[in-house]
Design a protein. Structure first.
Length: 40
């Protein structure tokens, strides 16, 4: 849990990094099995 909190704080303190991560997730969500809700 500590690592999760540290990562959340680091992203909150670095908006460009958070935006880059969000953009990466948006880009791969249509091809990544993790986002295949019909499968689950």
């Amino acid at each position: 849990m500590k690592e999760y909190e540290e990562r959340a704080v680091a992203l909150a303190e670095n908006p460009p990094r958070l935006e880059a991560l969000a953009n990466k997730l948006k880009a791969v969500r249509l091809t990544c099995p993790l986002f295949d809700t019909a499968r689950w």
